[in-house]
Write a protein that binds this ligand. Structure first.
Ligand code: EPU
Length: 341
């Protein structure tokens, strides 16, 4: 017997930030890890395909999901410990990410301010190693507690075990469909230093006359930039950046820069270059355009939006058309950030 009722033929419209109306065969709210153990013991439920859902902000539902949606809804944020270098903050997977950022700031703890206002849940943050304005989750990560559907055991993963990379982790690779993140512990530095290297952040602070910013002031600058550039999912359905910024070799970058002097790219520690996908899409003339009810946001070409009633298929078709144009013009393949169902 499951400890809470299972819902059948359940609409996911309110649980994905694109606002796509797709249905799940079965849906369960996971308020506690014991529910996952009960699912694993149930022979009918454990045979179904599973989709673990957090804030639904990195998800494109192109069809109804013929399986079990596990919606992480466990709660709780607390200081888990401290040492000479760090304060450790533990948060349940079902907490909102931005809620956690605000909680740490209210405690006077810096470290997460560059990651303010990122939509989604705490549990989803390590899956794609969320990042913004010069900081990635991996820079503040200590460990994650996960439930392993294969063994039925809980496992603790440190930064190395998570194999974080740009918008990637072990949870998208070998632990895909296996591990469910239950809680995340972050390590916030006692000797906090501002990170204002990202040009947008530096300019926003300068414009406000702030020379020696506090974590709160950086968070406010980041929040203002995000509000200006990115659509609010509560108003306009979207999933943030729809494509990853593609990585190319130094040689390929030089070739492209010769042809396109305005090309925007950033050198990486290994000498490769990360190209601004938004620029590539913008150059192809897609900004502000629409295919059916799916559109390209007029202020940021990397963001696809639901103009009202778009299906996941429509959004996927728009993405495909953009990929084809960028590939034809620049010879670069764009890879979607959201998980397609
Ligand atoms: N650009 C254009 N045209 C556009 C959009 C961008 O020319 O329509 C150019 C900008 O002028 C800028 C460059 O592209 O020179 C980069 O743009 P921006 O600073 O907006 O950042 P991004 O590379 O588009 C990435 C992340 C965002 C993150 C910001 C800030 C990815 C895929 N996206 O966007 O993350 O907030 O940097 O750090 O890495 C997300 O992943 O959902 C997300 C929003």
């Amino acid at each position: 017997m499951l400890p809470i009722p299972l819902q059948r033929d359940f609409s996911l419209r309110n649980f994905n930030t694109f606002g796509v109306d797709a249905r799940a065969l079965a849906y369960l709210e996971v308020t506690d890890a014991d529910i996952l153990a009960a699912v694993r013991r149930d022979s009918a439920l454990s045979a179904l395909p599973r989709l673990v859902l957090g804030g639904g902000s990195n998800l494109l539902l192109t069809r109804d999901f013929p399986g079990l949606v596990l919606h992480m809804r466990n709660r709780g944020i607390a200081i888990a410990g401290e040492d000479a270098d760090y304060v450790y903050v533990r948060a349940a997977a079902g907490e909102s990410w931005h809620g956690l950022v605000e909680w740490t700031l209210a405690q006077g703890l810096g470290g997460l301010e560059n990651l303010a206002l990122i939509p989604g849940s705490v549990g989803a943050a390590p899956i794609q190693n969320i990042g913004a304005y010069g900081v990635e989750l991996k820079d503040r990560f200590h460990q994650a507690l996960a439930y392993d559907f294969l063994t039925g055991e809980r496992m603790t993963l440190d930064t190395l075990a998570c194999a974080f990379a740009y918008r990637d982790s072990v949870f998208k690779q070998t632990l895909r469909n296996r591990a469910v993140v239950l809680e995340v512990t972050l390590a916030l530095p006692r000797r906090w230093q501002a990170n204002c290297r990202y040009a947008d952040v530096a300019q926003a602070l300068e414009a406000s006359g702030i020379t020696d910013p506090t974590p709160r002031e950086i968070a406010d600058a980041v929040i203002a930039i995000r509000r200006r550039k990115l659509p609010d999912p509560a108003v306009t359905g979207n999933a943030g950046s729809f494509f990853k910024n593609p990585l190319v070799s130094a040689q390929r970058y030089q070739e492209l820069a010769l042809l396109w002097p305005q090309l925007t790219g950033y050198v990486q520690p290994d000498g490769s270059y990360k190209l601004a996908a938004g620029w590539l899409i913008d150059q192809c003339g897609w900004k502000g355009r629409q295919l059916g009810a799916a559109g390209v946001y007029e202020k940021q070409a990397l963001v696809l939006v639901n103009r009202g009633g778009a299906s996941g298929q429509e959004i996927a078709e728009l993405a495909k058309a953009i990929q084809a144009d960028v590939e034809a013009r620049f010879g670069v393949r764009l890879e979607p950030e959201p998980v397609y169902i």
